[in-house]
Design a protein around this ligand. Structure first.
Ligand SMILES: [Zn+2]
Length: 347
């Protein structure tokens, strides 16, 4: 995700609570819907929890869940920060979510915390029913070093990556080629995801990212984009399942006041969407748009998609969706004025 410096700076000021009047103005003119919420389920959620706060929140949720949420350190980043996974449920259908492979694309991470709270804390009938049907495993912030630096890559400044940036590190989301074993993976954190995926063997794998700001052909702002595997080697039945999941994503986010488009992604096998599709997962990418005045709502929309995927997997309805409906998800149009097209595929 790359934006003009001006936009990035504005978003910094807005999140810092500065420039209050212009922010309010921008919200009035650019908010994509009338229902933009400023909270997530009535709570203001920290969109970018620190490394320490994330660990604290995960372990707090484990305690509050009375053991229903299990938190594991699946390994360490290049700089030694823990990479966490949280697992909830004991059902047969297995779902894996991954957030923040790109350090500067944060909002999937707070959505994951809210998902764990929503399904794992409490004892209501719907929770028990859900957790009997599905097991959800979430790698929460796959790239803590990139988060620390607010950049896309991991931290490996002496590397000369084929995908990534010299002096910074690897683009983790180019190192999921199933032909590369985790122990041979030059991108440490991608290897951790590969290992967790191989041991968990999910039916469904959804990878949460962020993109810039885009509109459709009629000028309506897109709040999120989604795509299924496009590598030609992915089995057609696995592509169809991913399309069914993408439709569930679209319906859940659109039903929340957002607007989902297709994501114009490539077919490289190192992209998680393709790599885990080749391994037989129902593999889907979600890109939340970076809309500073809609940040809490974006987290709420991501949460809605996580809940909808889990619920429709639990009751089997995801398998009844017409895969062809995915083709009707509108294409992503041009970048909004004041933002720039990405130089390369952002996912
Ligand atoms: Zn990304």
């Amino acid at each position: 995700m790359r934006l003009k410096t001006g936009t990035a700076l504005l978003s910094v000021f807005v999140s810092a609570g500065l420039l209050v009047a212009p922010a309010a103005q921008a919200a009035e003119t650019a908010a994509p819907t009338e229902t933009t919420a400023t909270t997530v389920d009535g709570r203001t959620v920290d969109p970018r929890p620190s490394t320490a706060k994330l660990a604290f929140e995960l372990h707090k949720l484990a305690v509050l869940s009375h053991g229903k949420i299990r938190v594991d350190r699946i390994g360490r980043s290049n700089e030694g920060r823990p990479v966490w996974a949280a697992r909830v449920g004991h059902g047969k259908t297995r779902i894996q979510y991954v957030t923040q492979q790109h350090g500067d694309e944060p909002l999937g991470t707070p959505a994951a915390l809210e998902f764990l709270r929503k399904v794992g804390v409490g004892h209501s009938a719907w929770q028990q029913k859900l957790l009997a049907k599905v097991t959800v495993d979430i790698i929460v912030r796959a790239n803590p070093d990139g988060h620390e630096r607010d950049w896309r890559y991991n931290y490996d400044p002496t590397a000369t990556p084929e995908y990534g940036e010299k002096g910074k590190g690897y683009d983790i989301n180019r190192y999921h080629d199933p032909a590369v074993a985790p122990e041979d993976n030059p991108a440490t954190e991608a290897g951790l995801i590969q290992r967790r995926n191989a041991s968990f063997k999910p039916d469904i794998m959804v990878d949460y990212h962020m993109q810039g700001r885009y509109r459709d052909a009629d000028g309506k702002e897109i709040t999120a984009s989604t795509m299924w595997p496009t590598h030609p080697g992915v089995k057609p039945s696995d592509v169809d399942f991913a399309k069914q999941i993408a439709v569930v994503v679209q319906r859940s986010i659109d039903g929340n006041g957002g607007y989902v488009s297709q994501y114009p992604g490539g077919d490289y096998q190192g992209i998680a969407r393709n790599g885990y599709g080749l391994l037989g997962n129902g593999s889907v990418l979600i890109e939340l748009s970076l809309i500073p005045e809609r940040e809490q709502q974006q987290i709420q929309d991501a949460l809605a998609s996580m809940l909808a995927i889990a619920r429709t997997a639990a009751d089997g309805s995801v398998r009844k969706v017409d895969p062809a409906a995915a083709e009707a998800i509108p294409p992503r149009g041009p970048a909004l004025p004041g933002t720039v097209e990405e130089e390369h595929e952002a996912a």
